[in-house]
Design a protein around this ligand. Structure first.
Ligand SMILES: [Fe+2]
Length: 414
């Protein structure tokens, strides 16, 4: 069976077990090629993190287990898709995102070297529920990024490749059991009834039953599927047995996925509530550290996530509506374009670039639509601005006028 070897452990003379492709799908090394110092160096320059090689004993009979190059190319495309999706969500800084998607590339290749059942499960999930599919990829990205930062901070020992593989597979499949739940329940716009909630709580157990049939998924990965809704304080749900783990009894990889899962759910628009801004989601994680979530690992999300991502819209206490257009330094002011003002006395002129201290941000959303949904649900978030300015008016840049009017309707009418 081919072995995945990280780039730093490759040795001249090893035989390549599958075509090695670059980001654009170009062939870097054909399967069957022998490695040399030069070739290893060249792979390193292309940013390849690991490749599959044959063990000497397997070289003769391994042909059947090899991944055909057309499948490997599909893997590369899939990675590109994940990367683009995550980038559009602006959830992680570019350099972290790049590193983690590269890690996922080796994980996906790892899955392929053993079985393509995981991939077919994911394909079914994509067809069944798009949100859960995308959420699963984001949870995987966040889990791997968290693992790296936790290791850098000395909170965990950086695990070997197999454990990272298990973490990736477990995160990818953590919600696979939701395929047994009707879409009407999964995407219900309002709160679930007690009966529906009981069904929802079955998904870790159902997911575990599904992945248990796949012998290539290791117990650690299966454990993530079964236990990802168990909380640090011993509450939560998961196994049908009702036996719950607590604190350090919950494997580290499970605790990481639980944090990543919680964070992505918070920053996503759901039918029953609009998304939170990352900065708010990070606060929630900190509040839940020690109760629902691992007290040491949960705050780490703040180290990697972008709290006010480019594209989000915030309203200052002075009534300036700002479209964030530049990454901000941690704790530093938010920079963006003032697209409107809801106060005659706003300090910022519409159309100007502005810098707002974080302390003067009143509310916001990851987009104008999101902000509109939030204001509709909770107009009190901005009501004090309305109280200050009795003659409330809206000034806006022409291209934003209609969008802003719609977004701020609850307030303007007030
Ligand atoms: Fe879940």
């Amino acid at each position: 069976m081919p072995l995945i070897v990280p780039i730093e452990s490759l040795q001249p003379g090893m035989k390549v077990a599958g075509d090695v492709l670059g980001d654009g799908g170009q062939l870097l090394l054909a399967r069957g090629a022998r490695l040399s110092h030069q070739r290893i160096e060249s792979l390193r320059r292309y940013g390849i993190l690991s490749i599959k090689v044959l063990l000497p004993s397997d070289e003769e009979e391994a042909d059947e287990a090899l991944v055909p190059s057309n499948i490997a190319l599909k893997v590369r495309r899939q990675i590109r898709e994940i990367y683009d999706f995550a980038r559009s969500k602006k959830a992680l800084p570019e350099e972290v995102l790049y590193e983690v998607t590269e890690e996922i590339a080796s994980i996906i290749e790892g899955i392929f070297s053993a079985s393509n059942l995981v991939f077919s499960d994911m394909k079914h999930l994509a067809n069944y529920d798009e949100y859960t599919y995308e959420h699963s990829w984001m949870a995987t990205l966040f889990s791997l990024a968290l693992m790296r930062v936790a290791a850098e901070e000395g909170l965990v020992v950086y695990p070997d490749f197999q454990t990272r593989l298990d973490l990736g597979i477990g995160a990818l499949l953590h919600d696979i059991g939701k395929m047994r739940i009707l879409p009407e329940i999964l995407n219900k716009p309002g709160p679930l009834s007690a009966e529906e909630w009981e069904i929802m709580k079955m998904h870790p157990q159902w997911g575990w039953e599904m992945v248990r049939k796949n012998s290539t998924i290791m117990p650690l990965a299966r454990g993530i599927v079964l236990h990802h809704h168990q909380r640090w304080d011993g509450t939560g749900y998961g196994p049908a047995s009702g036996i719950l783990l607590k604190g350090g009894e919950i494997p580290e990889v499970v605790r990481l996925v639980t944090i990543a899962d919680t964070y992505d759910a918070l920053i996503s628009d759901r039918p029953y509530r609009p998304a939170f801004l990352p900065v708010e989601a990070l606060e929630i994680l900190k509040e839940e550290a020690g109760t629902k979530l691992d007290p040491n690992l949960a705050p780490l999300m703040s180290e990697i996530a972008i709290d006010y991502p480019t594209g989000c819209v915030v309203i200052s206490r002075d009534g300036a509506i700002v479209n964030v257009n530049a990454p901000s330094r941690r704790g530093g002011p938010i920079r963006g374009l003032v697209i409107g003002s809801i106060s005659e006395r706003s300090w910022a002129l519409v159309g100007k670039e502005a810098e707002i201290p974080r302390s003067s941000i009143r509310c916001g959303g990851n987009s104008l639509d999101n902000l509109a949904r939030r204001l509709k649900r909770r107009p009190e978030e901005v009501s004090s601005i309305a109280q200050i300015d009795c003659n409330l008016s809206l000034k806006a840049l022409p291209p934003w006028q209609k969008l802003l009017e719609r977004a701020l309707k609850p307030l303007i009418q007030g």
